[in-house]
Design a protein around this ligand. Structure first.
Ligand code: FMN
Length: 174
């Protein structure tokens, strides 16, 4: 059986998450198809996939446009396989950010008119080396406004790899 993993990533954390999921799925005995939705040459035949895992980060409250376009374009074909959406954000890293992290996901699903079987809010990372001035200001003063974390402290990864593993493992049994 084949599992498609389709992801979008701006600074790399969701790409890292997608590759981790790809390894997990292969180790569980499935074949995989790993797709970057930003690749304009991407071909995504969904007919062979028993499961589809979609992963994308939040930047300024939205998931990347090419990822949303991919979901919208594939919406009909996504009805047959089991589907799991991983929404990666920094708000998801904090107790008091859960509601907002859920709002990003709910709004994306409403815009794309897609109803996945499963969803998971995944904490992302702070990657200052990938930011310009504008991105640093947004992360510092908007996204991490209420937290004791500063981009100038360097790379900080909040992703809970064990929780992700548990979710993906359970999803593959559906
Ligand atoms: C310019 C910018 C805007 C962001 N906006 C949000 C946001 O609105 N809400 C949030 O929770 N996280 C936000 N983040 C944090 C990202 O979701 C987080 O860093 C994630 O790990 C990025 O994934 P990627 O490396 O795959 O692009 C933002 C990050 C940047 C650089």
């Amino acid at each position: 059986m084949t599992v498609m993993i389709a992801y979008g990533s701006i600074e790399g954390q969701t790409g890292k998450i997608a590759r981790y999921v790809d390894k997990l799925v292969k180790a569980a005995g499935f074949e995989t198809q790993l797709i970057d939705t930003a690749d304009p040459m991407v071909a995504a035949p969904l007919d062979k996939a028993s499961h589809v895992i979609l992963a994308a980060p939040v930047h300024e409250r939205r998931h990347p446009k090419p990822f949303e376009v991919f979901v919208e374009a594939q919406r009909k074909d996504l009805a047959a396989p089991k589907t799991l959406v991983l929404s990666v954000s920094l708000k998801a890293a904090f107790e008091d950010g859960q509601e907002e992290a859920q709002d990003y996901l709910t709004e994306m699903l409403m815009r794309t008119d897609f109803e996945p079987d499963e969803t998971l809010l995944v904490a992302g990372a702070v990657r200052p080396e990938a930011y310009g001035y504008f991105e640093t200001e947004v992360v510092r003063h908007v996204v991490l406004r209420d937290q004791q974390v500063d981009p100038s402290d360097g790379v900080r990864e909040f992703t809970d790899w064990d929780a992700l593993k548990d979710k993906v493992t359970a999803f593959l049994k559906e």
